[in-house]
Design a protein around this ligand. Structure first.
Ligand code: MGD
Ligand code: MGD
Ligand code: MO
Length: 654
């Protein structure tokens, strides 16, 4: 539905058709007014220079997005390092892909979400999906699950809700949010006990198993049932299916990953996949289901705080020398690693924090946790510039808004969830007065005196990205626009003159010793635990008809809330509703230690009675992120979007 209706946004009446600026006089902020490009760009560059003169180079920050093309995310990363010479850049993928990415880099030596083509899923005999609601979040992929089932394959879904995906499963495990790590370790315990561990694979292709095995003895079934609420019998059924199938896959998504222990949880599912001997085998393996359109490419080419193009580390001297060579600067000019997304947002306007922020393709007022805190930090900035097609809640806070081109109006490439680089083609010119992000970045660089380093031509940018990525983990040097066209996409890595790589790990892992690493991980409770005042658990996520912060999809009337209701719905069990005198459709207030939000009660026995599910697609009075907290995963800096302590009250009938 989102695809069918997306074209309505191209000429939507809300479309921004020229820059907006606001003047600030002491404490008085004027409303946003229309302005010319020169004024908008000049104001931004003056603010940048003022901040850097007073507070140092890192006081100007960039916040990017996984919706940007490879060319745009690459150029934004280069802009921060070469034009601003600032370490302060990160992006919304930190809220999305960072936990699974961190775990995969450790275990496999590389982070390509699916190390095999998506279509391989149809040919596996057993699939475990942890925290993915594919039926609503990636409907086109459901055809592979349908085919899997037609061929007699079995499906196991781990989700606190009987989601549309879970309803298609042979086995549905329904854990308390935030307990997947205990569940994964518990499955490994049972696999060991039943003799399902692939000893030969473990011996020849992995390291670290003994250490993991020693830890797993603490995850006996009764204890795991107590922690997760999943009956021992269901755990045993899942292990029997996975262990006895000739081929099997384990895939995780945000439900398992967006927690204060999200990286360790992904690691626990990887341990399980390694114990079954899956990664690198036909129709088998572990993968994470990447979310945004360019969620994969967006995490490879330098808009991440610690990263240079080609998935290189910014603290690696060899990587710095290579990329500085391609950029024509001295490696010493490159800044080091900067703060992660939420740490950057949390420190806006403080001593040592960012004072001038440029946002490209993210609506953090709606999508970042603890909304009131984020708004107060944005308001503490000296200057905020936002590039968007529509006036998002975040753009509404800005001093300058740049109107930008949409998908159908630009050339570029995206890297899909399988690591396949594909083309985005321009079908129309953007409206007069609108510039694309490559132009905006280049215009800013020119005014900063660094224009000679930047091109706004997508193909030229991509050619440079190829050179910058050469030799890196995500090597694009063999991938050109013509080849993408001819081959219907090319899987990285593809070094100059080489074929792409649809399937990774067939003979070795790109780790120093060629083996995959087991990593011992221990369950710990979610960062925030229920107590008598906040007795339930809130988890958040997506609806089929809405996209992300809703800045695009909320403008399409035919999408609505699924049934045309004005107030978005929060799912709760009828037993829980009854305790609070709540009936179907009643207005309810959800409350956490941060704030409150109003939703319509959606009564369903498809959810655990101790858990409430709220979509995060709305701002204002129905903002799920007014409720979520600031806890971050210590390894990936991923916010704990999927578990916090909650109280509920009925406000009024529907
Ligand atoms: N319609 C639609 N599709 C989208 C998007 C969208 O906004 N709308 N966004 C895209 C993006 S960026 C992303 S990242 C993907 C996300 O895709 P998914 O990860 O599939 O989406 P979510 O709804 O965030 O979470 C999936 C499921 O996790 C469950 N869950 C909640 N807490 C837990 C838990 O503790 N453990 C487990 N195992 N499960 C839990 C939820 O009940 C939910 O059904 O979707 C992409 N596709
Ligand atoms: N509570 C809760 N919060 C969550 C999540 C959750 O499950 N629960 N999920 C998290 C996840 S996985 C994600 S990915 C984030 C997403 O959160 P956001 O990053 O806020 O997501 P979008 O709504 O896609 O924001 C993109 C913005 O950029 C604009 N835009 C789109 N394309 C372009 C472009 O090419 N250029 C420019 N300049 N602008 C563009 C859009 O209009 C929109 O305003 O939310 C996170 N927040
Ligand atoms: Mo995402």
């Amino acid at each position: 539905m989102k695809g069918w209706t997306a074209a309505e946004l191209l000429d939507h009446p809300d479309r921004l058709l020229g820059p907006l600026v606001r003047t600030v006089d002491g404490d008085r902020r004027s409303p946003l007014r229309a302005a010319g490009w020169d004024e908008a760009l000049d104001r931004t560059v003056s603010a940048t220079s003022r901040s850097q003169a007073r507070f140092g180079r890192d006081s100007v920050g960039c916040f990017g997005g996984g919706g940007l093309t490879n060319e745009k995310s690459y150029l934004l990363g280069k802009f921060a390092r070469v034009a601003l010479r600032s370490a302060s850049i990160d992006y919304n993928g930190r809220f999305c892909m960072s936990s699974a990415a961190t775990a995969a880099n450790v275990a496999f030596g590389v982070d390509r979400g699916l190390p095999f083509p998506l279509a391989d899923v149809a040919g596996t005999r057993a699939l475990l999906l942890a925290g993915s609601n594919l039926a609503d979040t990636m409907p086109p992929a459901m055809r592979h699950l349908d085919e899997l089932k037609e061929r007699g394959g079995r499906l196991i879904v781990v989700d606190p809700r009987a989601s549309a995906t879970a309803r298609a499963a042979d086995v549905h495990l329904q854990p308390l949010p935030g307990t997947d790590l205990a569940l994964a370790n518990g499955l490994l315990y049972l696999a060991l006990r039943a003799g399902h561990v692939d000893e030969a694979y473990v011996a020849t292709r992995t390291s670290g198993f003994e250490e993991v095995k020693a830890g797993i003895s603490a995850y006996w079934p009764d204890r795991v049932e107590r922690i997760t609420g999943v009956p021992v019998g269901a755990l045993e059924r899942a292990v029997e299916i996975l262990g006895s199938a000739a081929t099997a896959m384990i895939l995780t998504a945000r439900g398992a990953e967006q927690h204060s222990d999200g990286t360790d949880t992904a690691q626990a599912f990887i341990n399980l996949a390694l114990a079954f001997g899956l990664p690198g085998r036909e129709h088998s393996g572990y993968g994470t289901i990447t979310g945004q359109g360019n969620g994969q490419g967006g995490r490879e080419h330098g808009q991440k705080a610690d990263q240079l193009p080609g998935y290189r580390r910014i603290d690696d001297p060899e990587a710095r020398a290579h990329v500085a060579g391609v950029w024509g600067i001295d490696p010493g000019e490159l800044p080091g690693a900067g703060p992660s997304a939420y740490e950057m947002l949390s420190a806006l306007g403080t001593d040592g924090g960012v004072r001038t922020l440029l946002v490209f393709a993210s609506n953090v007022v709606v999508s970042a946790p603890d909304r009131d805190h984020v708004i107060s930090r944005l308001r503490a900035l000296d200057f905020l510039a936002v590039s968007d097609m529509f006036l998002s809640e975040t753009a509404g806070e800005a001093d300058v808004v740049f109107p930008t081109a949409q998908w159908a109006e630009e050339e570029g490439t995206m890297t899909n969830l399988e690591g396949r680089v594909i083309r985005r083609r321009r079908a129309l010119a953007p409206p007069a007065g609108v510039r694309d992000d490559l132009q905006i970045i280049t215009d800013l660089a020119t005014r900063l005196g660094r224009g000679g380093f930047f091109s706004s031509d997508p193909q030229e940018v991509f050619e440079e990205l190829r050179r910058a990525s050469a030799g890196g983990a995500a090597d694009y040097s063999g991938i050109g626009y013509a080849r993408i066209e001819a081959e219907d996409g090319v899987f990285w890595p593809a070094a100059e003159g080489e074929q792409g790589t649809p399937r990774l790990f067939t003979d070795r892992f790109p780790t120093p010793d060629g083996r995959a690493r087991f990593v011992r991980v221990e369950f710990r409770e979610a960062a925030e635990q229920p107590d008598p005042e906040f007795p339930y658990v809130l988890t958040t996520g997506r609806l089929m008809r809405q996209y992300q912060s809703g800045n695009q999809t909320r403008r399409i009337a035919s999408l609505g809330d699924g049934d045309g209701d004005a107030l978005p719905g929060a799912e709760m069990h009828p037993d829980l509703a009854r305790e609070h005198g709540i009936g179907e459709g009643d207005r309810v207030e959800l409350r956490t230690r941060r704030g409150k939000a109003v939703f319509a009660a959606r009564l369903t026995d498809a959810i655990r009675p101790d858990t409430v599910f709220a979509p995060f697609h709305w701002g204002g009075a129905s903002s799920a992120n007014a409720l979520t907290g600031r806890a971050l995963d210590p390894r990936s800096r991923m916010p704990a979007f999927k578990a916090c302590a909650l109280a509920i009250t009925r406000i009024s009938p529907s």
